[in-house]
Design a protein around this ligand. Sequence first.
Ligand SMILES: NC(=O)c1ccc[n+]([C@@H]2O[C@H](COP(=O)([O-])OP(=O)(O)OC[C@H]3O[C@@H](n4cnc5c(N)ncnc54)[C@H](O)[C@@H]3O)[C@@H](O)[C@H]2O)c1
Length: 389
Amino acid sequence: MAASSVQVFNAAGKFRVVSTKPMPGEQWIRALVNAGCRVEVCTAQKTILSVEDILSLIGSKCDGVIGQLTEDWGETLFSALKKAGGTAFSNMAVGYNNVDVDAASKHGIAVGNTPGVLTETTAELAAALTLSAARRVVEADDFMRAGKYDGWLPTLFVGNLLKGQTVGIIGAGRIGSAYARMMIEGFKMNVIYYDLYQAKYLENFVTAYGNFLKSQGDTPVTWKRAASAEEVLKEADVVSLHPVLDKTTYHLINKERLALMKKEAVLVNASRGPVIDEVALVEHLKANPMFRVGLDVFEDEPYMKPGLGELPNAVVVPHIASASKWTREGMATLAALNVAGKLQGHPIWHNSNLVLPFLDENVPPPKACPSIVNAKALGLQVAPPPSKL
Ligand SMILES: NC(=O)c1ccc[n+]([C@@H]2O[C@H](COP(=O)([O-])OP(=O)(O)OC[C@H]3O[C@@H](n4cnc5c(N)ncnc54)[C@H](O)[C@@H]3O)[C@@H](O)[C@H]2O)c1
């Protein structure tokens, strides 16, 4: 990378930390500067940096890096970082399927991620995609802008009513459960979910909310834990995908499983693109014009599989699920504090989902790394909860 593509803060800092991208807000820069870091931000006008680009940013002396989910953090980069004296890396994302954590651990490098600030923002975008697809908002917007609207018609852009229908969740973790609660509370949908673990909080929420509705003389909402993803696909009117991406969820939605879904179902994906076999999805959308999909993520980002972009029954947005100002600034701050904390020898925060104390600008952040995914592998010490200090 050309030296001119790098913006430097606190040039005399003792630790050299590189951020492969400018990130929102300034709190993250202050966090690193307060920890004695010289911060170098790559400002190159290239959306996705290659391994070679990042190697040149790391150079011969680098203590830590903040990277992005579009980058390939594997053996090559971690061995280069180790060679440059580095001990800390953080993805600015909760997902880290772009990171070879074993390779990082082998080189003694901590890998941070940023949970706890994306949940509601990502769930809200999944809800927005659900409504857009169910009510054909994008098709109708295109129609309007094209000057085609010449009067109200009983048949114009008829879509699906959500109230009383069943929402299916595959992967009912933080985001899946938050999305489910939005659809249940907002639209009085029943829920069926499939996860490897029981979503107890979600179940309790639906039971309690159902009892409340009943007490008001309304139809109660219900929940069901499915024994398989197939059961969810068969029964739900809306299916939203929120699992991690790993080998158990790669192409979880394929030709055979799409065929199990209702002909007028809505499918939403704000997890990771490869959870869906996108070629099979394009064929399914073509064959079933009233089947609709809302996608935030794609199998070969930034590309879409041929044909997808032309289909009116697909709503597509460019991986913006976490793109609220609060969340993106929070992600940047957590990523910076993961790196700063590791460089300063801080222990690991006791609960990576409870990260609000790290985001309060009015008080110094806790002396801990908010979330290090390979803390155990590296034998890093976990801080006791503040009440026990
Ligand atoms: N589009 C975006 O911008 C965006 C933003 C945030 C997160 N994400 C993605 O969303 C994913 C989920 O985030 P989260 O914070 O809810 O994570 P989480 O770990 O809280 O939840 C993931 C859930 O998936 C479940 N799961 C794992 N394998 C499964 C399988 N084979 N079948 C069914 N369920 C399975 C897990 O048990 C867990 O409950 C992240 O890993 C990330 O890839 C995307």
